[in-house]
Design a protein around this ligand. Structure first.
Ligand SMILES: [Zn+2]
Length: 300
């Protein structure tokens, strides 16, 4: 096919239609969120139009992880994670652990998580969070898949727990990194990966990241929207509904590239290569006019 560029529809204002100069991987897309239930197909089409061709769909509990697996089965370029978020850590029990172990065996599941510690909100108690995270570190050691980790106001304890397991787990990414320099270096010392969101575009609470991004080695850096949350605050036009989506990732990458002092295409290429290696992705990314995987396979 001569022209493989997918056009944008008119849902995103023209000022927000931005195509990445190189294919991007969004490593944190909460596409099982209810806000995507009615228009996932156009959301995925817009992602392709923006050249966001690899999507890691976050599974934050059993139900959402199972939904993420279903999405990954249906759509080329999509992959799932399976874990229990620290907010839901009080649900952890032997039955849930067994269900997670089963999910981690699925080929669609490319990481254990979202799991970790969130001492900012403490929707589950710190003790419950540590118990669930410890168990999921064990599951990651068992299955050999990398960890997708959430941390808020818990950097010190998270680092201690990861340190104890570091030789047993393969890799781990601290997604949506928002902390300070000392915490960053603590993670890099453990040879962890760092995920950056549009937090850096938030003048109220994220501008400290501007001086830090350049200190993250390029081969440890990945990018994500964390959509539908964290709509970047620096976008040049208002978005009706204010729902973040993967097609807006190029705006975040542009901002990170600016503060990293690197060419946007180079940053896009590097973070995508890092993500594909980190999650051990063997398949092709989303083709420009992707059809459901099943029909493509049946034709062969
Ligand atoms: Zn998170």
């Amino acid at each position: 096919m001569a022209d493989t560029t997918e056009p944008f529809d008119d849902v995103l204002p023209e000022a927000l239609q931005r195509r990445s100069p190189a294919p991007l991987a969004d490593i944190g897309a909460n596409l099982t969120h209810a806000s995507f239930a009615h228009d996932l197909e156009p959301v995925l089409r817009r992602a392709r139009a923006a050249n966001v061709t690899t999507l890691i769909v976050t599974g934050t509990d059993r139900e959402h992880a199972e939904q993420a697996v279903e999405l990954a089965q249906r759509h080329p370029g999509l992959h799932a994670t399976a874990g229990v978020h620290p907010h839901d850590a009080s649900d952890w029990n032997a039955g849930l652990e067994a269900a997670m172990r089963e999910l981690h065996r699925r080929p669609e599941v490319v990481a254990v998580g979202e799991c970790g510690l969130d001492f900012n909100r403490n929707f589950s108690t710190p003790a419950e969070q540590e118990r669930a995270f410890e168990a999921q570190l064990g599951l990651a050691a068992e299955c050999g898949k990398p960890l997708f980790v959430h941390e808020r106001d818990a950097g010190h304890r998270l680092r201690e727990m990861l340190h104890a397991w570091r030789d047993d787990i393969t890799d781990a990414v601290v997604h949506c990194f928002t902390a300070d320099r000392a915490t960053l270096y603590g993670y890099l010392d453990l040879d962890l990966h760092i995920g950056l969101t549009g937090w850096i575009c938030d003048e109220r609470r994220g501008h400290h990241l501007r001086e830090l991004v350049g200190e993250i080695p390029l081969n440890r850096l990945m990018v994500e929207t964390d959509c539908p949350y964290l709509l970047p605050r620096h976008l040049p036009a208002k978005l009706k509904g204010r729902r973040h989506e993967p097609a807006l990732l190029p705006w975040i990458v542009q901002e990170i590239a600016h503060w990293y002092d690197i060419d946007e295409a180079e940053l896009a290429q590097a973070t995508t290569a890092t993500a594909r290696a980190f999650f051990r992705l063997a398949d092709a990314a989303m083709p420009p006019s992707a059809r459901p995987r099943h029909s493509a396979q049946e034709e062969e």
